[in-house]
Ligand binder design. Sequence first.
Ligand code: FES
Length: 108
Amino acid sequence: MGLGSNSSVRVEWVAAISLAAGAAAVGYLAYTRFLSKDKCCKAMVNLHIQKDNPKVVHAFDMEDLGEKAVYCRCWRSKKFPVCDGSHTKHNDETGDNVGPLIIKRKEA
Ligand code: FES
């Protein structure tokens, strides 16, 4: 084997390593973009309420609602699921526009 043969093998190794590194980079980017849990957590609405439960659910009987009930939809209320006005601070800080769900009886 001559000197040119070693040089040719070295070039092939460099090309193979470059190809493998490129494929790994593309795979990593695809994983972080589509499969990583980090992506899902950045978009979470519920930051603090009952995080140990797989799903936060509240149910109320219509008869128990009284004349008016005001429920939180911003997930920032300290009295969740009842609105405590925390949506105002959230909206001021984030530029969001969320507000409560208000259920009230029709006036007769
Ligand atoms: S505190 Fe969440 S909607 Fe009012």
